[in-house]
Design a binder for this molecule. Structure first.
Ligand code: KIV
Ligand code: ZN
Length: 403
């Protein structure tokens, strides 16, 4: 019987892989605040940390397990290398969670085996079997990752995955650890796994990827087209080096383009049922919280949550959006919890946008007043990058406008 879920599960690793960004460390209270927000966002699984890594991480996972890991809340997951001490620490820290998951991993690429692990393929296969079985002795829900799967020899990868599932893994996660694959290659990799791992239907296929070439989100979407049903991602895409796949981009791509993705999940194309259980209204708040607590700024042109993501500056675009927002917007800003799109007034803005903002600020000008104010606005906009509401008030109140 297939265990594939009928929607896409969102596995958030902001608190584990995301926290591995240089300079992004959070203390236990800050991690708890993020975990609570992730629960409001309704992620399916929170990877709360790497309990063996430090006493602080152990405590964070344990407290998140106790406070956020309620029966109605998300699954709480702890990372563990494929070693006994790591797995035992993860099991202890997860004990208070209603639904706990141990995520254990070992590298499978030749380059990692040779230089990092100094182990043969047979040894890695044996460790996988033994450590997945150990994790299974503590929790029912076990995830296994063959690290650097993207550069692993496919036949060996299939063998390791088959062994992990036979030993009790309920999720097999396929990491593109170094962000090397292209979307087509990632799609083929997932397809190959479905075709060649005989017991694959007994586990959920998950994907994990880094953004070294800026392809993580595109790779995941290709993976969904080929049967992946769990996406490992972080808020704002923070993480090692160039970061992880960004949660907000994945969720909104699956939402905005649901009619395109529906058939890959066996649904009628026109179905309006959401593909994830994420409460998109909490996306913007989650982004701000993670940015404030980690000190990692969000670039203004970042998709979905950047300051400019719903801002229109050019006159042509502003005019179009004011007539019908669908001319230049593929989603409503309110969907991610923002109040409205932002019309940014600057030197390229047109009269229509200018008049509309003044109206919002409570000014109703005659045509003559508007003409004079607009001329003054253009003069100022030539010298300033953006015109604030205060500038507008000053323009309108300027005596020179009085006729
Ligand atoms: O990037 C990676 O391979 C990881 C694993 C531990 C899943 O973070
Ligand atoms: Zn990673």
């Amino acid at each position: 019987m297939s265990t594939q879920p009928d929607r896409v599960l969102i596995f958030d690793t902001t608190l584990r892989d995301g926290e591995q960004s240089p300079g992004a460390t959070m203390n236990v209270d800050e991690k708890l605040a993020v975990a609570r927000q992730l629960a409001r966002l309704r992620v399916d699984i929170i990877e709360a940390g790497f309990p063996f890594a430090s006493p602080g991480d152990f405590e964070a996972v344990q407290r998140i397990a106790a406070e956020v890991g309620t029966p109605e809340g998300p699954v709480i997951c702890g990372l563990a290398r494929a070693t006994r001490p790591d797995i035992e620490a993860a099991a202890r820290s997860l004990a208070p969670a209603a639904k706990g998951r141990i995520h254990t991993f070992i590298a499978t690429s030749d380059i990692h085996l040779r230089y990092k692990l100094k182990k043969s393929r047979d040894e890695v296969l044996a460790i996988t079997q033994e450590m997945v079985a150990l994790a299974k002795s503590f929790v029912e829900d076990v995830e296994f990752s063959p690290e650097d799967a993207g550069r692993s020899q496919p036949e060996f990868l299939y063998q390791v995955l088959e062994a992990a599932i036979a030993a009790g893994a309920t999720t097999v996660n396929i990491p593109d650890t170094v962000g090397y694959l292209t979307p087509r290659e990632f799609g083929h990799l997932i397809h190959g796994i479905r075709e060649n791992v005989p017991n694959i239907d007994q586990a959920v296929i998950s994907v994990h990827g880094h953004n070294d070439l800026g392809l993580a989100v595109a790779n995941f979407l290709a993976a969904v087209e080929n049967g992946a049903r769990q996406l490992e991602c972080t808020v704002n895409g923070i993480g090692e080096r160039a970061g992880n796949a960004a949660l907000e981009e994945l969720v909104m791509a699956l939402h905005v383009r649901r009619q395109y993705y529906n058939p890959f999940l066996g649904r009628p194309a026109e179905s309006e049922a959401p593909l994830t259980q994420i409460n998109t209204q909490e996306i913007y708040k989650s982004s701000r919280l993670v940015s404030n607590l980690t000190g990692m700024l969000v670039q203004p042109n970042k998709a979905i949550v950047g300051a400019n993501a719903f801002a229109h500056e050019s006159g042509i675009h502003q005019d179009g959006v004011l007539k019908n927002r669908l001319t230049y917007e593929i989603m409503d800003a309110q969907l991610i919890g923002l109040n409205q799109n932002q019309i940014v007034l600057g030197k390229l803005s047109g009269r229509n946008a200018f008049r509309s903002r003044l109206k919002e600020l409570g000014f109703e000008l005659s045509e003559q007043e508007l003409n004079r104010a607009f001329l003054r606005f253009k003069e100022i906009a030539d010298k300033k990058k953006e015109i604030s509401d205060r500038d507008l008030e000053a323009i309108v109140n300027d005596e020179t406008l009085q006729v």
